[in-house]
Design a protein around this ligand. Structure first.
Ligand code: KMH
Ligand code: ZN
Length: 413
């Protein structure tokens, strides 16, 4: 959760037109108050700054943007990080008019602090009121994907038994959703119905997880081929399926999702009675998702998965994630979201997603390293690391019942 205010600081306090640093702290106080109100329905108290750094002078006339972000959700305390940037400033340069000014981007102060809202003052939201804390965080494990190879990571599971074992390890580490692809005997990407049946049986024999089959498959597959897992029925049917709503650069390839094909796959997911997860790799994909809702091919409440950092598509930055989260307001009904970062962005995106109130995805489909230069020994260590990050920011990891209730509407056990 973040809050930003922008103001012009007009009052010089020290010689040379310098503004008092306490003014910046006042701005942080205001964003902290907003965050307490949005989180707990109460103004709260800024109990302490743990750290304050003044990094550049602020002069009368500078425009300052102050941002605060909740980075830790405690029972009564909220850990916050603050940043103040100079965004516009008078230009005091020879030859320019006295009124000349221009945009700048300079970090002038940063701080961390703790706010307290006593439990008795925490309010439940009134109907329709957009306040509240994020609930449990669902961890999805993308355990194989279509692109990762054994040469890149020897721990990649390929056979149904290996997929079953890996899913069980991920579930034990905190994952409640398995994003599933399958491979053929040569380890090549496949969307074969029978291979999915075998993998799903192997997973379900070992653990209780939500199985989300891919309908993206691999670059270059036909729609018919991609829909292989949607032909499963009865006890072998997955609970969820992905729906890719837009075309993107995919490294040096193109992952093609023509609108009519997307509509076709959406219809098939619906006909199969599965819950779609809308895969969003770029901003325009939110508009396509909105169109699908208008055509009644998707039904709120939607669940979307941001996949950021695919080479040639939208990058995995906090700013991009925040923009996407903001734009979810364009979609009707309540929307839940998760984020997956590709490659080295995987774990930073987990942290950002957990802080911003979303859900997260990790696994060898998206990233093969646990640390720089250290291969992950399967997806389970990545799930364990994700669970640590989720807990470190004060959120709980969703149980299977909580995840099912949220993603499939199943009644809580
Ligand atoms: N393998 C990518 C081209 C999905 O699973 O729906 C597509 C993909 C998305 O992995
Ligand atoms: Zn996938």
């Amino acid at each position: 959760m973040r809050s930003t205010i922008r103001v012009r600081l007009a009052e010089a306090h020290y010689g040379g037109g310098l503004v008092d640093g306490a003014r910046i702290l006042g701005l942080f106080g205001d964003v902290a108050t907003e965050l307490c109100i949005r989180a707990d329905g109460d103004e709260g108290l800024l109990r302490a700054y743990e750290n304050v750094e003044f990094l550049a002078p602020v002069y009368a006339g500078d425009f300052i943007e102050a941002t605060g972000e909740i980075v830790r959700w405690g029972r009564t305390s909220l850990g916050m990080r603050f940043e103040a940037r100079k965004v516009l400033a008078p230009l005091r340069e020879p030859g320019l008019a006295e009124t000349a000014a221009g945009p700048v981007d300079q970090l002038v102060c940063r701080a961390t602090g703790t706010c307290v809202v006593p439990e008795r003052l925490r309010r439940t939201p009134r109907p329709g009121e957009a306040i509240g804390r994020p609930g449990p965080c669902i961890i999805t494990a993308a355990i194989v994907g279509a692109e990762t190879t054994r040469e890149q990571n020897p721990y990649l599971p390929l056979t149904p038994e290996e997929l079953g074992e890996e899913a069980a390890r991920c579930a034990a580490a905190g994952a409640t959703v398995i994003h599933l692809h399958v491979r053929d005997e040569q380890g090549r990407a496949s969307q074969d119905t029978e291979r999915f049946r075998a993998a799903i049986r192997a997973i379900r024999a070992r653990c209780d997880v939500i199985i989300q089959t891919s309908t993206g498959g691999a670059v270059g597959m036909s729609v018919e081929e991609r829909c292989g897992p949607l032909r499963l029925s009865g006890a072998d049917r997955p609970e969820m399926a992905t729906l890719n709503v837009g075309t993107i650069n995919f490294g040096d390839d193109i992952f093609v999702n023509r609108r009519p094909d997307t509509m076709d796959i959406a219809r098939r997911i619906r006909a199969a009675g599965l819950h779609p997860e809308v895969e969003i790799y770029d901003l325009s994909h939110i508009e396509i998702a909105a169109e699908l809702v208008r055509h009644e091919l998707l039904q709120p409440p939607l669940h979307v998965q941001f996949v950021l950092g695919v080479r040639g598509a939208l990058g995995a930055s906090l700013r991009n994630l925040e923009l996407l989260v903001q734009r979810l307001a364009d979609l009707p009904g309540p929307v839940s979201w998760a984020v997956a970062g590709i490659g080295r962005h995987q774990l930073p995106m987990v942290e950002a997603g957990a802080r911003l109130g979303g859900h997260v995805r990790v696994g060898l489909e998206d990233n093969i390293y646990l640390d720089k230069g250290v291969l992950a020994q399967g997806s389970a260590p990545l799930v364990a690391r994700a669970a640590e990050l989720v807990r470190a920011c004060g959120r709980t990891v969703a149980t299977i019942d909580q995840a099912r209730a949220l993603l499939t509407g199943a009644a809580r056990a």
